[in-house]
Write a protein that binds this ligand. Structure first.
Ligand code: NAP
Length: 535
């Protein structure tokens, strides 16, 4: 007899854990699968040196369980990966969720059986199970994407993608280390590794606008205060544009005519840290190019002041996009790292990589001999985790076929032709701006309510109508129009790293505010799941 469940959950990360808890609480039988050997999803895999939150710890934690809120205290304003992994394991144990998951179990195939209206799940090890519903809690940045340089695989030293960092760690002491990439991950790695490495070479294709994170250890008094404010913090995050504690200044930059006053504000936000310069700035941050350019110039001056060598400083100042068009990496002493004599910055636009060799990286300017090569090259964002599985909906149509011209969804949560299949954090989600846990809780609660609604009404099948899907997909594409983000298509928001992105780079997310996102979901449910066919 094949094991049969109400809900199969793929992924034991932030979304998957909560999905398992929520569905079980609603009386559904649940089975979770995760390829990783442990709980944590993103926070299991991304164990590279320096990995930590870019959301303030108390704004990222779960809010659904008062017991969890009461029993956990964060030691840092922006907790590091080991503490976050401990937190998610604590949640799994405290809520007895571990027994719902099969770890080390990679789902390879998902096939919808129209006769039984059930999904068949097959793992890499050949384990088979059936479930009425599938919740793909597979994450939007979980399918690592190394570059396809010639000679890939020839390197004889140690190599790792940042999101597949070995559990035992990598000893960089005294070694010649190369890092390819200069996004938020690379910034965290570089500032952590540089002091210990013998020599560090950063291969940068595009400079990014980094802003200070301003992490601090929390004192016992601060922990107490933050724990007491936990529900207020979540309530605040429900109101703010991006689900963070930072709230936009209601004024437009154009209303503040005194430049000195605007600069003083940028300075105050720069001091505040986290995403303050982005999410607590004037409210035309996402639409006004002149204003974005002014903030960029403010940051460029900071870089010039912090980096001793003017030529290096210029390389570190982005030239092809203004501040605010990509998620800014949070840094500590990133720019000062380039004043060390054991670091070299290679500009890959001036001298592209020609091949990976057994002993390092060769560019058009020569060879860089390395002991360790780190790929901080990002992900097949948003679509990768789903497209790397073999998912077959009605009439055996594969997701690859369905999305051959780009992803199509309704609300980011369902795909026409794939009944009873839900996605928690894939394309058309507001992840451009969203604090991940805040948005995950909304989506999972919406799915759970939907399943309860169906059960109460004796229904067993739900899927998006093609019309609603068409409408939502267009709505997502259009949501970026007029925003400065549209100017920078070389980011994971547009799937710049995605091999499936054959056509013109399309916007893969929904560029709305978190309150709008919450309202939209609530509204669709209140209207009897508008745009979904329930039978
Ligand atoms: P990313 O932002 O996509 O950056 C990837 C980097 O690799 C970019 O610098 C990219 O250059 C470079 N790259 C890609 N392919 C390359 C190639 N073939 N040759 C040379 N360079 C190449 O990925 P990420 O840094 O892992 O961050 C992804 C997202 O994860 C972030 O936006 C953030 O949302 C999240 N994140 C959060 C935290 C946190 O603090 N909680 C930490 C890390 C990441 P181009 O820009 O030229 O493409």
């Amino acid at each position: 007899m094949i094991d049969t469940y109400d809900v199969a959950i793929i992924g034991a990360g932030v979304s998957g854990l909560y999905a398992a808890y929520k569905m079980r609480e609603q009386g559904f039988t649940v089975r979770g699968f995760d390829a990783a050997a442990g709980i944590g999803g993103t926070w299991y895999w991304n164990r590279y040196p320096g990995a930590r939150f870019d959301s303030e710890s108390y704004s990222y934690q779960y809010s659904f369980s008062q017991a969890i809120v009461n029993e956990w205290q964060w030691s840092e304003k922006f907790a590091g990966q080991p503490e976050i992994e401990r937190y998610l394991n604590f949640v799994a144990d405290r809520l007895d969720l571990r027994r719902e998951f099969e770890l080390g179990s990679r789902v390879e195939t998902l096939r919808y059986d129209e006769a039984s209206q059930m999904w068949e799940i097959v793992t890499a090890a050949g384990r088979r199970a059936m479930a009425r519903y599938v919740v793909a809690a597979t994450g939007f940045l979980s399918a690592p994407q190394p570059p396809d340089y010639e000679g890939e695989g020839d390197f004889k030293g140690l190599t790792a993608h940042s999101a597949r960092w070995p559990r035992e760690g990598i000893d960089v002491r005294g070694k010649r280390v190369g890092v390819i990439g200069s996004g938020p991950t690379a910034v965290q790695i570089v500032q952590s590794v540089a002091p210990d490495a013998g020599h560090l070479t950063l291969f940068q294709r595009t400079a990014n606008w980094c802003t200070p994170l301003r992490n601090t250890q929390l004192t016992a008094a601060e922990q107490q205060e933050l724990a007491a404010q936990a529900s207020d913090i979540v309530a605040l995050c429900k109101r703010t544009f991006a689900g963070f504690i930072h709230d936009m200044d209601p004024r437009m930059s154009t209303e503040v005519t005194d430049k000195a006053e605007r600069l003083a504000k940028y300075q105050e936000l720069y001091e505040r840290g986290g995403f303050a310069l982005w999410f607590a700035n004037y409210s035309d941050m996402f639409t006004n190019r002149d204003f974005a350019n002014e903030v960029s110039e403010f940051l460029a001056e900071k870089i010039r002041n912090r980096v001793n060598d003017p030529a290096t400083a210029e390389k570190l100042i982005p030239k092809n996009h203004p501040f605010g068009t990509k998620r800014p990496p949070g840094e500590k002493n990133y720019y000062e790292i380039f004043n060390r004599d054991n670091i070299e910055l290679v500009d890959l636009r001036a001298t592209p990589v020609t091949r990976i060799t057994p002993t390092g990286v060769e560019t058009t300017a020569g060879s860089h001999e390395l002991d360790i090569l780190i790929y901080a090259t990002g992900f097949q964002s948003l679509t990768g985790a789903l497209l790397r599985m073999d998912i077959r909906g009605e009439n055996g149509v594969t997701l690859q076929e369905k999305w051959s011209d780009g992803p199509r969804t309704h609300l980011g949560v369902q795909i026409a032709g794939f009944p009873n299949f839900f996605v928690t954090s894939g394309p058309h989600h507001p992840a451009v701006f969203c604090n991940a846990t805040r948005c995950a809780e909304t989506v999972i609660e919406w799915i759970a309510d939907c399943l309860v609604h169906m059960r109460n009404n004796g229904r067993t099948v739900i899927q998006s109508t093609p019309g609603a899907e068409e409408h939502w997909t267009e709505y997502c594409y259009n949501s970026v129009k007029g925003l400065i983000i549209e100017d920078m298509r070389d980011s994971w928001f547009f799937g710049n790293n995605n091999p499936d992105n054959k056509a013109e780079k399309r916007f893969l997310l929904w560029a709305g505010s978190v309150p709008d996102f919450n309202l939209t979901y609530a509204d669709v449910a209140a209207q009897g799941y508008r745009g979904f066919e329930i039978r």
